[in-house]
Design a protein around this ligand. Structure first.
Ligand SMILES: CC(C)(COP(=O)(O)OP(=O)(O)OC[C@H]1O[C@@H](n2cnc3c(N)ncnc32)[C@H](O)[C@@H]1OP(=O)(O)O)[C@@H](O)C(=O)NCCC(=O)NCCS
Ligand SMILES: CC(=O)OP(=O)(O)O
Length: 335
């Protein structure tokens, strides 16, 4: 059977995209870049100290290597960035300094059409990776808020889609209210459909199933489920559900017997960032699941994050996902 990673790589190769890797100073990133180039998955632009990258010993033939501190593109990027942010207090001097940062420089490469997407986060915290894209690229047309998800692939697991799940939001929205949570759920269902291709089955997770506990946190998730159903009535979506009721058919049948989602969920929507981030790391480490992300949904062009705990395999997966998202963006623009 084709694995999730193999399917992303095959789709990426079918229509090659250009991806910026902003962390050329990170050895795992260069290992991943070598794999991507060897398999002809994407065109790569790698940012950082060019001599250091060349001295890494990795075969990066075909990649464009750029040092933002000395690049001739910096002046153009500074002008554009200043124009975009001058009403937010940006000055020309500060803009010139800011675009020399690999994360801002990488996003400017996407903004100016020199790249289709960016991946970073192996050695930068999530807020620092995502802030430039939120400031410069902004949300995609029709999207209310940007959020993030992981594709989790648990081995020897009969739940979800043979152990494959989407977990959201594990990376970006810290304390979503019911409305934001509803948008996270609906956007996650769309991401599942785009990446996995099958029908999403969305569970809004809580410590309670159908008001088995009654409190503000439980009520928020129940309200989010109601809003999400209004936003996307066609979706198989239910909540609030506990994780066992969401995933395990026998428990779902006992706790939520009338639910079409309970026992069959493949998209798990966590009530807040604490739950999501802790939850994905526990599954990754204790169940030895692959964890690809945090992948963003809703930015005007794909800019995706990594955990600082990632390995090269995870970076390869996120690069391939970024390519598939970039293809989808182009297809939507062509319609
Ligand atoms: C992503 C994050 C950095 C953005 O917040 P911030 O740095 O405080 O920045 P701001 O709130 O000033 O937002 C910066 C811009 O992004 C926009 N923005 C913030 N969150 C957004 C969202 N979810 N969707 C769309 N736009 C968003 C703001 O509107 C703002 O735009 P503007 O400057 O043009 O007005 C913040 O949500 C965060 O830190 N999240 C948690 C990340 C984290 O630590 N995760 C745990 C490990 S994975
Ligand atoms: C996603 C995540 O938790 O990132 P990090 O481990 O880098 O904080």
């Amino acid at each position: 059977m084709t694995s999730f990673l193999e399917s992303m790589i095959a789709r990426a190769k079918a229509d090659k995209q250009t991806i910026v890797l902003a962390e050329g100073d990170d050895p795992r990133t260069l290992e991943a870049a070598e794999t991507i180039l060897a398999q002809d998955v994407a065109n790569l632009i790698i940012l950082g100290d060019v001599e250091g990258i060349k001295a890494s010993g990795r075969n990066l033939e075909g990649a464009q290597l750029i040092d933002p501190r000395t690049s001739e593109l910096a002046a153009e990027f500074a002008d554009t960035f200043y124009e975009l942010r001058k009403n937010k207090g940006m000055t020309p001097e500060k803009a010139a300094e800011t675009v020399k940062d690999v994360l801002y420089f990488g996003v400017m490469m996407v903004k100016t059409g020199r790249a289709d997407g960016m991946v970073a986060g192996a050695c930068h915290a999530t807020g620092d990776v995502l802030r430039p894209s939120l400031q410069i690229l902004k949300t995609a047309p029709g999207v209310k808020l940007v959020s993030s998800f992981f594709v989790m692939v648990a081995p020897n697991c009969e739940y979800g889609q043979d152990g494959t799940f989407l977990f959201s939001d594990c990376g970006l929205e810290i304390q979503p209210d019911a409305e934001k949570l509803a948008h996270i759920a609906v956007n996650s269902a769309r991401s599942w459909k785009n990446l996995i291709g099958t029908e999403p089955v969305v569970a809004m997770l809580s410590h309670s199933t159908y008001a088995s506990a009654k409190n503000d946190d439980q009520a928020k998730v129940a309200q989010a489920a109601a809003i999400a159903r209004e936003l996307a009535p066609e979706l198989a979506l239910d909540g609030e559900l506990q994780a066992d009721a969401a995933m395990v058919p026998s428990v779902g049948a006992s706790k939520a017997p009338d639910s079409k989602v309970a026992g069959h969920a493949n998209c798990l929507i966590f009530p807040d960032l604490d739950a999501g981030n802790i939850g994905y790391k526990l599954v990754q480490r204790l169940a030895h699941a692959e964890a690809f992300g945090p992948v963003t949904q809703g930015i005007a062009a794909p800019v995706n994050d990594l955990s600082r705990g990632c390995v090269a395999h995870d970076i390869v997966g996120v690069i391939a996902i970024t390519c598939v998202q970039a293809q989808a963006k182009k297809a939507a623009e062509a319609e």
